[in-house]
Design a protein around this ligand. Structure first.
Ligand SMILES: [Fe+2]
Length: 213
């Protein structure tokens, strides 16, 4: 009777000798090569503890940026009203810009020798941005929700950028300042101007009269 080892060597020789070599080897499994939270140090002249601290901070910004990115797509699809077209396009533009930030942040975490968060369930557990309802919301509510999320990210990114600069992690500081903070501030401006209550066609003559003009 063929032993398990015989079976293994028989299948190996089949693979080596014929068309079996072209067959994909499916359903493979093994232990992960690096557990989450551990550093696989790269030669980037940064202390391992500093890499771990920066990566932990960046994973928080990553989770919040992924959530904001997805909030933009939700609003891109669900926006309603007379500003539908411009907001539909603006929300998608910001979504794309946030998606670029997601990649930059995740890859910085990998450069630090750490592991970036990736999957939706892990993001949902980590983000500090409140979960929106599944249903549609009015434009002012959508805009308020986005502005609040931007401000949360800006607040944490500023604190973390300061810490990275003090500790000597210039790469992380630069990413947070030049990319995360600058992009989020600009997007806040574009959104916030939609919430200024100015007349669309007629100047507000009643208000001007009350002010004695
Ligand atoms: Fe679309």
């Amino acid at each position: 009777m063929a032993t398990k080892a015989d079976k293994r060597s028989a299948s190996y020789s089949q693979i080596e000798s014929g068309t079996e070599r072209a067959r994909p080897i499916l359903h493979q499994n093994a232990r992960e090569i690096q557990p989450y939270g551990k550093i696989a140090k790269l030669p980037i002249a940064l202390d391992e503890k500093l890499c771990a601290a920066s990566a932990e901070n960046l994973n928080q910004v990553l989770a919040d940026t992924m959530t904001l990115r997805d909030l933009y797509k939700k609003h891109h699809w669900q926006v309603a009203g007379h500003t539908f077209y411009q907001l539909h396009l603006l929300f998608d533009k910001h979504h794309e810009e946030q998606d670029e930030l997601v990649d930059m942040i995740a890859e910085r975490i990998q450069v630090l020798g750490a592991i970036s968060l990736a999957m939706a369930a892990d993001i949902a557990e980590t983000t500090i941005i409140p979960r929106p309802p599944r249903g549609r919301e009015e434009v002012p509510v959508q805009l308020s929700r986005l502005l609040e999320a931007h401000e949360m990210i800006l607040k944490e990114a500023r604190t973390m950028a300061g810490r990275a600069a003090e500790a000597g992690d210039d790469g992380t500081n630069d990413l947070l300042v030049s990319n995360v903070i600058r992009s989020n501030e600009l997007q806040v401006w574009f959104l916030a101007e939609h919430l200024v209550d100015v007349p669309v066609v007629h100047a507000d003559s009643a208000k001007a009269a009350a002010l004695g003009r």
